[in-house]
Design a protein around this ligand. Structure first.
Ligand code: HPA
Ligand code: ZN
Length: 346
């Protein structure tokens, strides 16, 4: 017997980790106006509706063409703090108890904003989340793959004084003609410096399956962001299963940059025992935070509450928490499931 809480309420309240979230992708139009006013910046759009009208994406490239210019309003450490803090409060309201957040320092340093403003502001919000919201928050530094490998390496060097604030490194931005192998030396150095590794393998890119092969066999990542094209290769699916690697999927985002949520791939991989997780990617642009992504996928693919519980468990299993902390969070999910009358398959 399940209780009478609706599916959406069940999904939103489920304790979960978010593992694929770009802080710069949480910039809501209202905050954009506030930061523009604070920094004396004149924006082309004058209303929230005008800003949203520019969110006309058909693929990754057209999304990125809106995403980067919007960041111009972020300048001081307070601005970065306010952005992350707004996200963390929203995430907490949707059941997030742990988050590993991407940030794109090169998108800021390349326009003259000091690295320390970026990391200082984000870190202050992460610490505050722990004390005021009970949300544990870590940062993942992402390199922009359409910049050079040399620029990535110098950014890695710039980050070293702050290494205790950064759990790992990732790779994002435009994948076309920018394969993982371009960054092999940077990621080898990052590994040697003690960072965990992840990389985006975006949906339906030219060379998607070759890029997935590279991240698994050349870079040897600890996780893959998106990566659902892996279904094209049973050998690579077997490899991620064998290594217990997580895939950070983003169904609502997928439906903006392709024609589908890729629910068949996500659910199929989950049923095969791959640690797929559900995340929001760039929620201010795609109109759904992580809990909303659980609801959207569940409604679209007809998932049960037990399936949602599995996704929440996966989110902790694929996280970069210590095994003891993972186990504690998984127990919290199990308690939530039990208190809502959901039996777990063991
Ligand atoms: N893919 C690549 N780059 C990005 C993304 C993404 O999902 N979100 C923000 N930058
Ligand atoms: Zn992403």
């Amino acid at each position: 017997m399940t209780d009478d809480v609706g599916l959406a309420e069940f999904a939103l309240g489920l304790p979960k980790a978010e593992l694929h979230l770009h802080l710069e992708g949480t910039l809501e139009p209202e905050l954009k106006f506030e930061l523009a006013a604070r920094n004396g910046i004149e924006l082309a759009e004058k209303t929230v509706a005008e800003v949203r009208a520019t969110y006309d994406f058909t693929d990754l490239t057209s999304f990125l063409a809106v995403y980067y210019p919007a960041m111009g309003v972020l300048q001081t450490a307070d601005d970065f703090h306010d952005l992350a803090w707004a996200y963390l409060q929203k995430a907490a309201s949707q059941g997030v108890v742990h988050v590993e957040m991407f940030f794109d320092p090169q998108a800021h340093t390349s326009r003259g904003v000091p690295f320390e403003n970026v990391i200082g502001g984000y870190r202050r919000a992460a610490v505050r989340a722990e004390t005021e919201l009970g949300v544990s928050a870590e940062l993942i530094l992402c390199f922009l793959r359409d910049f050079s490998a040399e620029h990535a390496m110098s950014t890695l060097m710039e980050a070293l004084p702050y290494r205790r604030w950064i759990v790992g490194v990732g790779l994002d931005s435009d994948e076309r003609d920018n394969p993982p192998s371009k960054f092999a030396d940077v990621f080898a150095r990052a590994r040697a410096e003690g960072f965990l590794l992840t990389m985006h393998c975006d949906i339906d890119q030219p060379g998607s399956i070759e890029h997935i092969r590279q991240v698994l066999t050349e870079i040897e990542v600890d996780r893959i962001d998106h990566g659902t094209n892996i279904v094209e290769s049973p050998e690579l699916v077997a490899l991620v299963k064998e290594r217990g690697l997580g895939l950070t999927c983003c169904p609502v985002s997928n439906s903006f940059v392709t024609e589908q949520m890729k629910s068949d791939e996500i659910v199929g991989l989950m049923r095969e025992g791959v640690a797929v997780t559900v995340n929001s990617d760039d929620p201010a642009y795609f109109g759904g935070y992580v809990g909303d992504n659980y609801v959207a996928l569940a409604e679209h693919a007809g998932l049960s509450r037990a399936d949602l519980v599995q996704l929440a468990i996966n989110s902790f299993q694929a996280s970069w928490l210590t095994p003891a902390r993972r186990a504690a969070y998984v127990a919290q999910v199990a308690d939530y499931a039990a208190s809502h009358g959901v039996a777990l398959e063991v």
